[in-house]
Design a protein around this ligand. Structure first.
Ligand SMILES: N[C@@H](CCC(=O)N[C@@H](CS)C(=O)NCC(=O)O)C(=O)O
Length: 287
């Protein structure tokens, strides 16, 4: 890597480019190996990892179960993206884009595949009739924020988080550019939450479940170790909302499913039954 890099006429793939994720990044799509995905006992089969994008879906499923929707019982299988599990032939069948989370609903014939975390939240909200207002204005405002998140989070994660935290070199230009955008986005949320209990209004919706794993985790200091750098305490309304959401039991459960990092008692690598949370806590207490 050099300070005065000039792009060549045609880019070629340097497999040894270095940096976090260098071993899994490729300029082509499709499977790298043949492997089918496991299928458990529930109609909903989730293939995921406990990153913010993964947390959105497991929080939604746990919230549905907390509401008494027993049909939302699910198996959550671990996809280790650092080891290339997202490039198996089975995973690519469920998500041709090779990114977690991916869901297959076996309660339909044939089974329905759902990929893109925002599409999964919408699918589950519509299937079970919860967390998406039924009136058109309320539904629209919720979808405004859901789509806002899907478009904005890559600047926070792929932009700010990558260059501030993961990149092998600290590039001032890139950090400044994405910090500016991350702070602008936090300010958008702060202004919205100044007059609204939840993101889309008075109701807790899939917009909150999409936004909290990204912006809630950042202001609570759970990701990128950047709360001080971003002066996260100054976004008072985002702080209030982030703490309220974090206090929800379903969020506490959902955020640890398929998680392979952090404190051992905050990792439940696979989830196949509600009782897995008790076993996990018990195991870690006795460890
Ligand atoms: N827009 C996608 C983004 C999903 C995504 O970026 N997933 C990451 C983990 S958070 C992933 O699977 N990365 C693996 C890879 O890039 O190979 C969504 O919302 O589902």
């Amino acid at each position: 890597m050099s300070d005065n890099y000039q792009p060549p006429k045609v880019w070629t793939w340097d497999k040894f480019g270095g940096g976090a994720f260098a071993n899994i990044n490729r300029p082509v799509s499709g499977p790298t190996h043949d492997k089918t995905l496991p299928v458990g006992k529930h109609p909903l089969q989730l293939y995921s990892l406990g990153t913010p994008n993964g947390q959105k879906v497991t929080i939604m499923l746990e919230e549905l179960l907390a509401k008494g929707v027993s049909e939302a019982e699910y198996d959550a299988w671990l996809i280790r993206i650092g080891e290339g599990d997202q490039f198996s032939s089975g995973f690519v069948e469920v998500n041709p884009n090779s990114k977690i989370p991916a869901l297959r609903d076996h309660s339909t014939t044939p089974p329905t595949r759902v990929f893109e975390s925002g599409a999964i939240l919408l699918y589950l909200a519509e299937k079970f009739g919860h967390f998406l207002p039924k009136d058109l204005p309320g539904r629209t405002e919720t979808l405004n924020w859901l789509f806002w998140l899907q478009g904005s989070a890559p600047f926070l994660g792929g932009g700010f988080g990558h260059f501030y935290n993961y990149a092998p070199v600290k590039i001032e230009y890139a950090i400044n550019r994405f910090t500016m955008e991350a702070k602008r986005q936090l300010d958008v949320l702060d202004k919205q939450l100044a007059n609204h209990k939840f993101i889309a209004g008075d109701e807790y919706t899939i917009a909150d479940m999409a936004i909290w794993p990204w912006y809630g985790n950042v202001v609570l200091g759970n990701v990128y170790d950047a709360a001080e750098f971003l002066d996260a305490g100054s976004y008072k309304n985002v702080q209030r909302w982030a703490q309220e959401i974090f206090a929800r039991p379903a969020v506490k459960r959902g955020r640890i499913v398929n998680r392979t990092f952090g404190a051992p008692n905050e990792q439940l690598h696979e989830r196949h039954d509600a009782s897995d949370f008790d076993t996990q806590t018990e195991d870690k207490r006795n460890a």
